[in-house]
Design a protein around this ligand. Structure first.
Ligand SMILES: [Cu+2]
Length: 141
């Protein structure tokens, strides 16, 4: 009896814990200006190896790229970010005021209630799909 219990404990300790890279909490705002919009998401690396976001695709958008919003003096600028590192054991949050996925050239600008399909490409984890509900601008997800 004791032996079987011990075996079960060891088994559960070795149980797979799911993929090391997870993309979640994705959402987008309805574009305020034409067909330019922003998508936000959270990437968690629970593994022991660092990974890197090497690209993002958004269905229906010609261009999707990671931008960073930075304060330059009293102005706010957006800068294109190349590969975005996701260190082992870390969470990288793309949120208003910081990193975001900028999307341009949408055939039809999304409206609140729509859903965008994203593919986030990682150097190690490969392509991960996530869906982003479209919210009215400024709405809390
Ligand atoms: Cu931007």
């Amino acid at each position: 009896m004791t032996r079987r219990l011990l075996f079960l404990v060891v088994l559960s300790a070795c149980a797979p814990t799911g993929p090391p890279i997870q993309v979640g909490d994705a959402y987008a705002f309805e574009p305020v200006l034409g067909d330019v919009g922003a998508v936000y998401l959270t990437v968690t690396n629970s593994g022991t190896a660092p990974d890197t976001i090497v690209g993002v695709e958004v269905s229906g958008a010609l261009v999707a790229m990671i931008h960073e919003q930075v304060a330059v003096g009293d102005r706010v600028e957006m800068r294109h970010v190349g590969p975005l590192p996701v260190p082992a054991g870390n969470t990288v949050v793309l949120a208003p005021g910081g990193f975001h996925v900028m999307i341009e050239g949408m055939a039809r600008p999304p409206v609140a209630g729509d859903t965008l399909d994203l593919t986030v490409r990682f150097a190690r984890a490969g392509a991960l799909a996530v869906r982003a509900p479209v919210l009215a601008y400024g709405t809390e997800p």
